[in-house]
Design a protein around this ligand. Sequence first.
Ligand code: SME
Length: 176
Amino acid sequence: MNKSSKSAYFAIMSAGFETVDWLSMSKSEKYDVVNRQLPLLLDASVDEVANLANASALLKEAFGWWWIGFYRKQLDELVLGPFQGPVACTRIAFGRGVCGSAWKENRTLIVPDVETFPGHIACSAASRSEIVVPIGKENGEFWGVLDADSEHLAHFDELDSSQLEIFCRTLVHYLA
Ligand code: SME
């Protein structure tokens, strides 16, 4: 590690951002750590892209999902934001796919088998199940969605939805 990366690393560590052995933890334990670490990672002095990039990296590190990232509402559609995983489609219309449906219905959608979801948008053939959490801004206006995909069937459950909703509520304070 060079001098400047060392000092950035120590700044995060001294804020209480501990190194974690994710492999030894249960899903519930991982969420406890993730939701404790997220506020330490977020930085109000940078733009939302930096915070969204680190938020998606934190989830990827903890859970290792196939794809995890954000779509942001721009005019009348969702546009790809920071993510971790394979390349993805850049635009999703209101009511289309799982993301556009979560926006339309304004609720978290858990899809145990993407092949049974009418209109599912397959960005990757490897994706088998999915969860999408709509995110509202502090003023209540719709901002976009958090989308996670797994290469395993029925990978997401109520624990994921309640904990990712907590994750998104923390994030909201750092969105433009
Ligand atoms: N499957 C999503 C599209 C986004 S990708 O999964 C990254 C959908 O149906 O909205």
